[in-house]
Design a protein around this ligand. Structure first.
Ligand SMILES: [Zn+2]
Length: 373
């Protein structure tokens, strides 16, 4: 048996990539540069983004999205360097691309003899809830010089971007897709008051997405403990930036907008305590959007009498769908999102630990990693 020389030579080539081994145990290791299999694509990573989820995964050493030990990082923009067998036409080396970090069930190709294949698509995807896909496939490995894009992701969530679009402009595709998904699903009236609890990068994307979608009459309040973040919130569309550190959020809200509550309160931090605070700010007929993720376990008592008689809804929203990712790419390529206000630090890939520390210290909004050159 002989092996074709090309792939063998490639398989011997190594790269220095971040490998997560466990809680707070991340190592830059020599690993093989990936070689694309059937339907797969390999891309050179031009820029990767480090987010708060990466920080959480680093501290916990585990997450449903990642296998440990394993390659790390899920937000990236790159250039295709190799395509596997069966990848036709649309994808070719040299193309600039961005991908989501996951793919739900691919649609079944209906042919006369495909009877029964609907079972290959999970129940949640069949009922239109792709963010709840039971077979969702996650992809990691953005904190590396090269990344493998699995075939399902190539089919469902890989996007070409114009060659003249700076990679940094689209590197926030995945977080923006989560916001696009949520904003699409939350019922908001253009005259509502909306409070965004948390002015980190996600909260700021929320502020901006709401302003662009609902126009000038929507009252948008950003709540945070950091004045410099609140200033960015106002620059990105918030009518009010309130610092609730050491203060009473309801009183601050009343002083600012004339009422102590809001029609929609979006929790973008991801703790039980901030969910409690957010729920306390929801007024009659209002909605708490649970957007920040919490490790399952902790509980929060809820007054169901109040929920019933005041028709208060709790709407949790997680992740995104391919349509949301496509819309996020469109908005970013078109320059509709002022990402330059969010990307506040640039470090070489080898400084990943520093980037994770900066996020933990809230010393920067969003650091991005560029190749060591
Ligand atoms: Zn599915």
């Amino acid at each position: 048996m002989t092996t074709p020389p090309g792939p063998t030579t490639q398989r011997l080539m190594l790269m220095r990539a971040a490998v997560l081994h466990g809680a707070e145990d991340i190592r830059m290791e020599e690993v093989p540069i990936p070689v694309p299999g059937s339907g797969e694509v390999v891309a050179r990573v031009d820029v990767a983004s480090v987010d708060f989820t990466d920080r959480k995964v680093f501290l916990r050493g585990q997450h449903p999205m990642i296998k440990v030990p394993g390659l790390f990082g899920h937000e990236w923009v790159g250039t295709i360097t190799a395509v596997g067998p069966g990848v036709h036409g649309r994808w070719r080396p040299g193309q600039r691309v961005v991908a989501a970090n996951s793919a739900p069930c691919p649609p079944v190709r209906r042919t006369p003899d495909s009877f029964g294949e609907a079972d290959a698509v999970c129940r949640q995807c069949r009922r239109g809830r792709q963010s709840m896909c039971e077979n969702i496939q996650y992809n990691n490995g953005a904190f590396a010089p090269y990344i493998l894009v699995p075939s399902r992701l190539v089919r469902m969530n890989l996007y070409a971007i114009p060659a003249d679009t700076p990679p940094e402009r689209v590197v926030l595709t995945e977080p923006l897709a989560c916001v696009v998904h949520a904003v699409r699903r939350v019922a908001i009236h253009p005259l509502d008051t909306v409070v965004i609890l948390g002015a980190g990068p996600m909260g700021l994307l929320w502020v901006n997405a709401l302003r662009r979608r609902y126009g000038p009459d929507l009252t948008i309040v950003s709540l945070d403990h950091a004045d410099e973040r609140l200033a960015v919130a106002k620059a990105m569309g918030a009518g009010y930036g309130l610092n609730s550190k050491g203060g009473n959020a309801q009183e601050l809200l009343e002083a600012a907008v004339g009422r102590p509550d809001a029609d929609v309160v979006v929790e973008v931090i991801g703790t039980v305590e901030t969910h409690r605070e957010a729920l306390g700010l929801v007024g009659r007929g209002g909605t708490l959007v649970s957007f920040g993720g919490i490790v399952p376990g902790p509980t929060l008592p809820v007054d169901f009498g109040r929920l019933h008689y005041e028709e208060i809804s709790i709407q949790p929203i997680y992740h995104h769908t391919p349509a949301d990712v496509a819309e996020a790419v469109r908005q970013l390529v078109a320059g509709e999102v002022p990402v330059e206000r969010l990307i506040t630090a640039r470090l070489p890939l080898s400084e990943l630990r520093t980037a994770l520390q900066m996020i933990g210290d809230r010393a920067t909004l969003r650091p991005v990693l560029v190749p060591d050159r």
